[in-house]
Ligand binder design. Structure first.
Ligand SMILES: [Zn+2]
Length: 62
């Protein structure tokens, strides 16, 4: 199983500056911001590529 940087954030091994969290997503300030406000929103489920999205995620049921 792939365990990437974002998975480490979701699992708490790395603790980003979280601004929002739900069952499905985590939003946090980028560690190297390119704008005055630079927030990343990531899915909590590991998704390697767009091809790995399931039908609900593609169809707008997020
Ligand atoms: Zn991951």
């Amino acid at each position: 199983m792939t365990y990437c940087l974002f998975c480490k954030m979701v699992n708490g091994d790395i603790q980003p500056d979280v601004v929002f969290e739900s069952d499905d997503v985590l939003a946090f300030h980028d560690i190297d911001p390119k704008a005055p406000v630079h927030i990343l929103i990531i899915p909590k489920r590991h998704i390697s590529t767009l091809n790995d999205l399931d039908e609900a995620e593609l169809g707008g049921q997020l």
